[in-house]
Ligand binder design. Structure first.
Ligand code: CTP
Ligand code: MG
Length: 240
């Protein structure tokens, strides 16, 4: 797989037009009701780390961030610093936020990367692996294989059975698709009110193919308060 330096010279990537959609409009119910993309991490907001993951690529042409009402009305200065970035008002669910963002993307894009605004530790390798995979056909979803033994339980936590974890993954973002596939799939999802916690559910349901791309555990989504400490520890240790 390609490394960052190599990719900057990669003539194929250089010819791609890629858009980025960042759903960042959640209310952070599991984070004491604080919107996670606007919490401070190592001296800057989580969302600023996320934008920095993508903005240095010349093939990233357009970045649309779905924002909560408050941040949409009073957009922070750092969101307006790069002309590639624009904010839209998010929706009631992640699905609605992503759809609001997709609709304002420019239409001449080859690929669209959807990346959570609460996932700041994604490696450049994972981004590039997903983009390369998606440019070869099926949609590409970053994820990790499940390593723990999986149990199902009843309401009293009594174990019912142990599941076979072979072929079971935890899906993360980036999730990368061709523009047409993503737009058409989301259009159908909104028309038919499909419930979906990620983009690949929608693309699969609309008939598209999706392939998992092995990422790493450090690409976790900041979800609960201790995740911020963990992210800070990883960032200050590795400075990537
Ligand atoms: N998101 C969004 N619009 C929503 C809900 C979520 O743009 N209506 C975004 C979040 O801001 C986050 C990503 O989707 O970047 C993943 O969602 P999640 O981790 O569930 O964030 P929240 O919904 O904010 O958190 P919680 O579920 O704990 O309330
Ligand atoms: Mg949520």
């Amino acid at each position: 797989m390609i490394e960052l330096g190599e990719s900057k010279r990669d003539p194929y990537l250089a010819n791609l037009k890629v858009g980025v959609v960042v759903p960042a409009a959640g209310s952070g119910q599991r984070m004491e009701g604080k919107p996670k993309p606007f919490l401070q991490l190592d001296g800057q907001p989580v969302l600023r780390h996320v934008l920095n993951l993508f903005l240095s690529y010349s093939w990233v042409k357009d970045v649309v961030v779905a924002l909560p009402e408050k941040q949409f009305q009073e957009q922070p200065f750092w969101l307006k610093q790069d002309p590639k970035v624009q904010g839209v008002l998010g929706g009631a669910t992640r699905r609605d936020s992503v759809w609001n963002a997709i609709q304002v993307l420019s239409e001449d894009l080859d690929l669209v990367i959807v990346h959570d605004g609460a996932r700041p530790l994604t490696s450049q390798k994972t981004i590039l692996d997903c983009v390369k995979n998606a440019s070869e056909g099926p949609g590409a979803v970053a994820g990790i294989r499940v390593v723990d033994t999986l149990k199902t339980t009843d309401k009293a936590n009594q174990v019912l059975e142990t599941l076979d974890r072979k072929g079971v993954w935890r899906a993360q973002t980036p999730q990368v698709f061709t523009y047409d596939l993503l737009f058409d799939a989301y259009h159908k999802a909104i028309q038919n009110d499909w419930i979906a916690s990620d983009d690949s559910i929608i693309v699969k349901k609309a008939g598209g193919q999706v392939r998992m791309v092995e990422s790493s555990g450090s690409n976790f989504k900041i979800t609960v308060p201790t995740d911020l400490d963990l992210a800070e520890a990883i960032l200050t240790r590795y400075r990537f």
